[in-house]
Every structure is written in C-alpha cells, then in structure tokens.
Design a protein around this ligand. Structure first.
Ligand SMILES: NC(=O)c1ccc[n+]([C@@H]2O[C@H](COP(=O)([O-])OP(=O)(O)OC[C@H]3O[C@@H](n4cnc5c(N)ncnc54)[C@H](O)[C@@H]3O)[C@@H](O)[C@H]2O)c1
Length: 362
C-alpha cells in the first residue's frame, strides 16, 4: 500500500470574483483543504466562510500568514498587493499562486521571484486562459511542427464596454499598474508567447489611450459602475496597442481595450508560420457567442483547413490543480515564476514605450 500524499492546507486572500474561483478550486481539489480566507468585506467573508465551511477568517492578509499552519495560498487582491503578500507568504515558507498580472511592475515581480528562490518555495501565476482547450490543442499541433517556423503573430482582447470598476483600484495607476493591457492584454501576451515557444522579446513600440474612462464612460456593463457620465479617477489606459520584436526575427502585434466602438467583445491569437497558419478566436457574448480554433496548411500538396477536436477547458480550476501538483512534485526549483516575470518586464517596456513615444529595448 502506498502512502497518499498529505492534503495541502490552502488559504485564499481576496474575496472578489477572482478569489472565489480559487476558493472553489481548492474546495473541489482532492489533494487540498481550504482552511483560511482573508478579505476586508466582513459580510462577504462570513458568507464565503460559511459556504466553504472555513472557520479561519481574517480581515487582512498579514494576520492570515502569521496564523501559521498553511502550505499554500492564492493571492487575488488589487494588483499592487500581489508582491507584498507573495513575499510575506514565501518568507513564511508558504507556496504562492498569484493572480495575474503578476505585479504592477517588473521590479515588484522580481522581488516575488527572489523570495521564491531564497525560501525554496513554488511561485506560480494563474494565467487561466492558457488552460483553454484551444490553446492545449494548438500547442500540440505547433510542437509537432505543423506550422513550421512561426514568424508573425497577432493577439488581442478587445472589449466593447468593460472597464472593471470605474474609479475603483482597477483604474488607479498606483494600485493596478496599468489599464486594459495590464488587466486583459496580459492574458493574450502570455498565450501568444506560450504558443510561440517563449521567444525572448527584444523590444516594444506601443501607444496607450484613455478616451472613455476619464469621461465616466465604458464601465463594465456587468458591474455596478457602468457609464457614470461624470469625471472619475481614471489614471490608466482604456486602449493599448504594441508591436513587439522577438528574438529570431519574429514579431507580435498586440492590442487590448476595455472600451471601444466595436460590435462585440473579441479575443484572438493568430499565428503565421512557414508551413501553416492558425487562429484561436472567442467572443461575441450577448450577440452571437463563438469559440473557434482553425489551422490552415497543406496536406500532401493539397491546401487544407483543419478544425482540430478541442479538449475541455480547465480555466482557474486547472491553474490551481497544476499549482498543487507543482508543490507536491517537490521540484520547486523549476517553478519560481520566472516566465511570468518576463511578461511583467514586457508590460514595463510597453508602458515605457507609450510614455516616451519611442521603441524600448528589453
Ligand atoms: N484571471 C482572471 O480571470 C481574473 C479575473 C478578475 C480579476 N483577476 C485578478 O485578480 C485580482 C483581484 O481582482 P478582483 O476582481 O477579484 O478584485 P476585487 O476588488 O473584487 O477583490 C479584491 C479583494 O482583495 C481584498 N483585499 C484588499 N486589500 C486586502 C488586504 N490588505 N488584506 C486582505 N484582503 C485584501 C479585498 O477585500 C477584496 O476582497 C486582480 O489582480 C485581478 O487582476 C483575474
């Protein structure tokens, strides 16, 4: 009889939508027990504590970490708190899964990686869209060489009306670090670089715009702060575009908007290779939802369009399960958040280029 690995004791900091995805995933995981929650909204803390049967409830993250006896935590707070919480937890010997974006800057993200190395713990960042079935399927097709050498890619997440919380931390530069590119563009940046095999990004040329937010328009149609039509604290961009040069000569064109005059929300990654092209697209919610993976190539000299069978999506649940597996593997040195740190540095370069109006090298 083999010994079952012991269940990992998990805590979640942050009670918003993101934190709740992590709570559900730990609650459902066979190899974890959700034992602690932290967040500042007392009523929600009580409600979620009751829902998940969690007795240890804290109004702030420091008390939760000091309470001891935790193996892993998820960090789902305003972005500028990711680094202080992660570093605090790692220094206390706790493995950390942070929400995206990793931090508000590359420098802050680097402190997280350093703390993971210093304390020999796992640091992971939840890029949940990378767990989509289309991404898994396309990655396998690419790895088998079907697209040949991929030399050009386009990726974007464009919302028609989706500024998340006009005037809240999401639109404050010091707390969020940036706007649409930092919040949702980062998912597509991560997905594109992952599919491209993680080439180094050598430079960024970017521009940012804030045409909706400052007028109190473009607020998330799903939240309580849709168009308020008055001046609000809006210190970040609601649209960003970037042209990235990749080592080996490839290029990636990236765009992201929280609000824009388009028919519906749209997300995409398009790849152009020497032997084939591919596209992942999803969006159209509330109008005509779609979700597609297409590959264009030649088979035995015949032009062909493939529609691969897509495995089920994993989303947050898969991010959490993969994090738990990394912790249980004992191979901590391979998981220090370094890939996510590269994304944070690329975001730095994008914002620096937009501010300067020139190309910025990494
Ligand atoms: N991957 C995704 O799909 C996804 C979706 C939404 C948000 N996010 C990310 O998750 C993070 C949180 O976003 P959200 O929309 O859930 O935010 P939110 O504003 O709804 O929730 C933030 C939570 O952090 C808590 N918090 C703040 N300061 C704290 C402190 N000192 N101690 C303990 N708790 C504290 C708040 O009480 C609140 O419960 C952000 O980084 C965001 O980018 C990811």
């Amino acid at each position: 009889m083999t010994d079952e690995p012991k269940k990992l004791r998990a805590g979640v900091v942050g009670l918003g939508w993101a934190g709740q995805q992590h709570m559900q995933a730990y609650f459902d995981a066979a190899n974890a027990d959700l034992v602690a929650l932290a967040g500042m909204e007392a009523e929600k803390l009580a409600e979620l504590g009751d829902k998940y049967g969690v007795e240890r409830r804290y109004a702030d993250w420091e008390s939760m970490i000091k309470s001891g006896d935790l193996d892993v935590i998820s960090v789902a707070t305003p972005t500028a708190l990711h680094a202080p919480i992660a570093v605090g937890a790692l220094n206390a010997g706790i493995h950390v899964l942070s929400e995206k974006p990793m931090a508000e800057s590359g420098a802050a993200a680097a402190t997280m990686v350093q703390a993971a190395k210093d304390n020999d713990r796992v640091l992971d960042v939840s890029f949940n869209h990378r767990q989509r079935g289309e991404v898994t399927a396309l990655k396998e097709i690419i790895d088998r060489g079907r697209l040949g050498q991929i030399y050009y890619a386009k990726a974007g997440w464009l919302r028609r009306q989706g500024i998340p919380g006009l005037g809240t931390w999401f639109t404050r530069a010091s707390l969020a670090g940036g706007g649409a590119m930092m919040d949702i563009g980062v998912h597509m940046l991560d997905m594109a670089l992952h599919l491209l095999g993680n080439p180094e990004v050598s430079s960024a040329t970017a521009a940012t715009y804030a045409e909706f937010g400052p007028r109190g328009r473009g607020g998330s149609a799903y939240g309580p702060r849709a168009n308020v039509d008055t001046k609000v604290d809006f210190e970040v961009e609601d649209l960003s575009t970037a042209f990235l040069r990749l080592d080996g000569g490839g290029t990636l064109l990236l765009e992201s908007s929280w609000a824009q005059w388009i028919p519906y929300d749209q997300c995409y990654v398009a790849l152009y290779g020497s032997e084939g092209g591919a596209s992942i697209e999803w969006g159209g919610w509330g109008v005509e939802p779609y979700q597609r993976l297409n590959v264009w190539t030649e088979i035995d000299g015949i032009p062909a369009e493939l529609q691969p069978i897509v495995p089920p999506a994993g989303h947050h649940e898969a991010s959490v399960l993969k994090f738990l597996d990394k912790v249980q593997s004992g191979q901590f040195a391979e998981h220090r958040g370094e890939e996510a740190l590269i994304r944070a540095k690329v975001l730095d370069a994008i914002y620096a280029s937009a501010a300067k109006g020139t190309e910025v090298t990494l």
